[in-house]
Design a protein around this ligand. Structure first.
Ligand code: AP5
Length: 213
């Protein structure tokens, strides 16, 4: 099964992706995590992407499309995947559809997680992420059992450099301008399902798992 998780920054895509990928036994592919991995490895792609990410802007389409097409070509993605953070522009969505259609494949469901702007800002300003397994936490909504350490792997928790208030406002604006047109695009394709992401983490998970099962 091939799933796209759509939703603004802080909607809970990363939080919910693991439960979906575990349920479907498919790989979770996050474009943001792949870009941060490039940065940590000091690649040219990572250095270039950082300039955009720090400012809350989208990395150019050709770079992202190449990176994701390479990733979904790996053998662990043969049975499907949960795409988190891609596509984010109409050009990215068209490229994905073209690549899939060429192989007789398609996106089964696009899950659009809807959350108010006020809540997004609150979530991102309190977010902490595991440096090793990328699991997200929140200083109020989703605290780790041990301060500063991941429940799953004991990795160090850190705050992303694009979770500053200036970059967050820009990311939400960029989402509205460049990514939200995908909602109509996927509605037209007939595979979009909307989810109330303003509920608790457990309630959102329940809704998502009901839709995919
Ligand atoms: P990316 O890493 O994809 O970030 P994003 O889309 O901005 O999304 P986030 O990871 O911030 O939010 P999320 O929805 O995963 O929320 P989370 O689950 O962590 O992209 C970063 C940058 O990379 C982009 O700005 C761009 O520069 C570049 N990039 C990436 N992909 C690109 C592409 N395709 N094209 C071009 N550029 C690209 O949850 C947030 C917080 O809320 C957590 O603390 C969590 O614990 C809490 N929380 C979650 N759900 C709930 C709930 N239901 N109730 C209460 N709290 C909750």
């Amino acid at each position: 099964m091939r799933i796209v998780l759509l939703g603004p920054p802080g909607a809970g895509k990363g939080t919910q992706a693991k439960a979906i990928s575990d349920t479907l036994s498919v790989v979770h592919i996050s474009s943001g995590d792949l870009l941060r991995e490039h940065q940590n490895n000091g690649t040219d792609l990572g250095k270039m992407a950082r300039e955009y990410m720090q400012k809350g802007l989208l990395v150019p389409d050709d770079v992202i499309i190449g990176m994701i097409q390479d990733r979904i070509g790996h053998s662990d993605a043969e049975n499907g995947y949960v795409l988190d953070g891609f596509p984010r522009t109409l050009e990215q969505a068209h490229s994905l559809d073209t690549a899939l259609n060429g192989q007789g494949q398609y996106i089964d469901k696009v899950l659009n997680i809807k959350v108010s702007e006020e809540e997004l800002i609150d979530r991102l300003s309190g977010r902490w992420i595991c440096r090793d397994c990328q699991k997200p936490y929140h200083s109020v909504n989703s605290r780790p059992q041990k301060e500063g350490a991941c429940d799953e792997c004991n990795g160090e928790l850190y705050q992303r450099e694009d979770d500053t208030s200036g970059a967050v406002v820009k990311r939400i604006q960029v989402y509205a301008e460049q990514t939200s047109p995908l909602i109509e695009y996927y509605k037209g394709n007939g595979n979009l399902v909307e989810i109330d992401g303003g509920q608790s983490i457990a309630e959102v998970r329940k809704d998502l798992l009901e839709i995919i099962s």
